[in-house]
Design a protein around this ligand. Structure first.
Ligand SMILES: CC(C)(COP(=O)(O)OP(=O)(O)OC[C@H]1O[C@@H](n2cnc3c(N)ncnc32)[C@H](O)[C@@H]1OP(=O)(O)O)[C@@H](O)C(=O)NCCC(=O)NCCS
Length: 159
């Protein structure tokens, strides 16, 4: 069945919540924050400063991406969060979600996309994913999240 990318609606929340809980990379504090951002978006739309897209197969959300303009910058955007149902990974859904976010950012004259992630081995596939989507590492902050767990910052310049 075809995968469709569209803005998140209230009915998507239960499926996305399940995906977040089923994602081994996320701890319960991270899931809580991810859900708080979803609630803000579902209440206030993009005036929350968060944008949310979902990937759906049939009528079921199988992944989502959360991004928004970085406060106090001109044309810089952050990708805050994304997840694809572990049962549906490695089928190009994450790439489509990120690409659609980039298209949306370009339309607002966004010029720079930043993504922060962890250096932990559990996030290796995530780092490979960003690299394969054309994002490059521009900075590392040692011991940022915890001793031995560095912050890795990716960037992509839009032309
Ligand atoms: C990161 C994530 C969103 C990628 O979604 P996905 O739908 O599986 O990714 P895609 O199928 O679009 O992969 C695109 C490319 O990324 C790379 N990639 C993706 N998963 C990979 C893996 N497990 N190992 C190595 N490379 C990988 C590959 O180059 C892949 O292209 P290919 O399959 O043609 O080789 C997904 O793995 C996920 O939800 N991870 C857990 C949550 C997370 O880390 N979120 C991001 C931080 S908030």
């Amino acid at each position: 069945m075809a995968t469709n990318i569209r803005p998140m609606i209230k009915n998507d929340k239960a499926a996305i919540e399940k995906i977040l809980h089923a994602t081994p990379e996320f701890n319960s504090a991270e899931v809580k924050v991810a859900l708080e951002l979803i609630d803000l978006y579902l209440k206030y739309g993009i005036s929350s400063d968060y944008h949310m897209l979902v990937a759906e197969i049939g009528n079921t959300a199988v992944g989502y991406i959360c991004f928004g303009p970085t406060p106090m910058t001109e044309g810089t955007w952050d990708i805050y969060w994304m997840a694809v149902d572990p049962r549906q990974q490695r089928q190009g859904i994450g790439r489509r979600l990120l690409n659609e976010a980039e298209v949306g950012i370009s339309k607002t004259r966004g010029r720079l996309i930043l993504i922060e992630t962890s250096s932990k081995p559990e996030y290796e596939k995530t780092r490979k994913f960003y690299e394969s989507c054309g994002h490059e590492i521009i900075a590392r902050i040692p011991d940022f999240y915890a001793p031995g767990d560095n912050k890795v910052i990716f960037q992509k310049k839009l032309s």
